[in-house]
Design a protein around this ligand. Sequence first.
Ligand code: SF4
Ligand code: SF4
Length: 69
Amino acid sequence: MVEIHAYLCKNCGYCVKFCPKQILEIGTQRNRHGHFYPHLTDAGACISCAICASMCPEGAIELPEKGDA
Ligand code: SF4
Ligand code: SF4
């Protein structure tokens, strides 16, 4: 499952743009730095490709289960 650390997000939009399943969307709430941040619209559709995590320049997205494998 993708873990989004909202407080690190700067709303660059890369994760939203590059998710092959198009299931990341910038929400309507701001983090403590004033940036809107993404959430998953359909967690069940996530294929754990980790593209979102690789694209994020802020390290705001993690896929913890990848490390467990
Ligand atoms: S891991 Fe892949 S499919 Fe899942 S949200 Fe990230 S980019 Fe999209
Ligand atoms: S790539 Fe990272 S910093 Fe950019 S919108 Fe997504 S979570 Fe936020």
